[in-house]
Design a protein around this ligand. Structure first.
Ligand code: TRP
Length: 335
């Protein structure tokens, strides 16, 4: 049995991209492995954000995850800042991480370019990510392609720490790219689906809202009017049909598109209906969870307790191996 760790930013409600791309994979993994799933709020504050909104976004992410099937009975689901050992181990790792490695991270380069003054938290983002995983000595990290570089650095950090303080103590985790490595495009048909680009559909949206989002979505550009035949394979909406519609519908859609039997709006109508139906049980579970915020708070507190039990033990061993004076004892035992 592998020990699995993954993290997700507290971006509020899940969208269908992170639902299909990541969370359905988590739901499958929790059946067979020991899984730690973490809402990474300390990572979220490395970029511009509204303090008044973060709490709600974190809560909504927790609701979305549980509604989507992440089961606090089958995995450890918790909020990163509830387990202070994450930042503690991050500090330790900063002392073995080469600055040059951090500076060459693609994500750091992208994000820092857009900033007037680059903050140390952004640079050290991957160090905290390494601490997240290694605190649980997890060996498997389900992530998207864009995180592979961070996982490689994580392996290097584990190697460096091990070489100095304790051979074999930390594993070198592997990235587990979700089988189909599905990159779900946004409704603009261009960029990856992402909340910050506003090209998403939330998994908790009402049927009418789903329709309002799909209606203007970009399709095959060759279909200028209803009479122009289209090529399903180049259409992002067809890709979404493949994810949400039964295979008989997918075939019908392809055929009606090629023959210009349907206009794009007809096709979108069918997709909106199928999407709404598929997401209905998730919407219902989310409504129940929202109705009882105390219960959700208790679930997260229980998750943090379970995570902490492991985290505390790792940190105890880390401190010991690094020669830090134990806090329990007032003075070294044999003076
Ligand atoms: N950086 C990851 C992302 O943006 C989120 C994350 C934080 C993470 N800590 C993690 C993912 C640990 C996997 C393991 O998607």
């Amino acid at each position: 049995m592998a020990r699995v760790f993954s993290g997700i930013q507290p971006s509020g409600e899940l969208h269908i991209g992170n639902y299909l791309g990541a969370v359905t994979n988590w739901v499958a993994l929790q059946e067979q492995h020991e899984c730690f799933f973490c809402i990474v709020d300390y990572h979220a504050i490395t970029q511009d954000y509204e303090p008044q909104e973060l709490e709600a976004r974190t809560f909504d992410m927790a609701v979305s995850l549980v509604a989507a099937g992440v089961d606090p009975e089958k995995c450890v689901l918790f909020v990163q800042s509830h387990v202070p050992e994450h930042t503690e181990l991050a500090w330790v790792f900063m002392t073995v991480t080469p600055l040059g490695e951090l500076e060459r991270m693609t994500q750091f380069k992208d994000k820092s370019q857009r900033q007037e003054s680059v903050l140390a938290g952004l640079l050290n983002y991957p160090v905290l990510q390494a601490a997240d995983v290694l605190l649980y000595r997890a060996d498997t990290v389900p992530v998207g392609e864009d995180q592979v570089q961070h996982i490689e650095l994580m392996r290097e950090i584990a190697r460096k720490w091990n070489a100095r303080y304790g051979t074999g103590f930390f594993p070198e985790p592997d990235a587990a790219l979700s089988g189909k490595a599905r990159r779900i495009l946004g409704l603009d048909g261009e960029a990856k689906m992402s909340k910050s680009l506003g090209n998403t559909i939330g998994i908790l949206e009402q049927p009418e809202e789903i329709w309002q989002r799909l209606r203007p979505a970009v399709t095959d550009p060759a279909r200028v009017t209803k009479k122009d035949p289209g090529t399903p394979e180049v259409c992002n909406l067809y890709a979404l049909h493949q994810l949400f519609s039964p295979s008989s519908t997918v075939e019908e859609v392809a055929q009606k598109c090629r023959s210009a039997g349907w206009g794009c709006l007809d096709c979108k109508r069918v997709l909106a209906d199928n999407m709404s139906t598929r997401l209905a049980p998730i919407r219902e579970r989310a409504a129940e969870l929202r109705a009882d915020p105390d219960r959700m708070g208790e679930l997260l507190a229980a998750g943090a307790d379970r995570a902490r039990a492991v985290a505390r033990e790792t940190m105890r061993e880390v401190r010991e191996r690094m020669g830090l004076l134990p806090g329990e004892a007032r003075a070294p035992a044999n003076r």
